[in-house]
Design a protein around this ligand. Sequence first.
Ligand code: ADP
Length: 171
Amino acid sequence: MKFDRIEITEGDITSIAVDAIVNAANNSLLGGGGVDGAIHRAAGPGLLEECRRVGGCATGEAKITKGYNLQAEWVIHTVGPVWRGGIHGEELLLGRCYESCFRFVEPYRIKTIAFPSISTGAYRFPLDAAVPIALAKIKECLEKYPSVDKVMIVCFNTPVYDTYRSVLFSR
Ligand code: ADP
């Protein structure tokens, strides 16, 4: 498969101009640290207000809201698993996050979508284990949803960026 619909970039997901950005949220959807905090700060208070009405999200699932002050029209909030040694279904749940996000692309006509590196920050999912899962699922979803033109993976730091690039181009 050609990889020309996957773009790996280093930067801040809140400044990316795509139809939808993905938030690595927590079960409450009421904001937190890391990418979640950054998205809420950039989107403004309307996002928190709408998230309150949504009423939470189970691990591995996803909910959608508007993007408010972000350039992205939509925010897809997904809740990655907290790494607890890898014996609690973490890998399955992480893959499910990506699948859950893609379920919104057709009903919301999302053609461009940006993901952060879900679960690999505060939730401590080892990067070397998370990246192959993320890329395999994204590739699978790109085949399933041909209407999507571009998936961006937005890496906040160089080790994350290097890991994504080496896994993407090694197979
Ligand atoms: P989780 O709780 O799912 O681990 P975190 O936000 O703690 O979520 O971390 C997930 C990833 O998002 C980490 O690689 C972290 O460096 C990255 N990150 C933090 N802020 C941003 C941002 N503004 N844009 C993109 N990625 C970010």
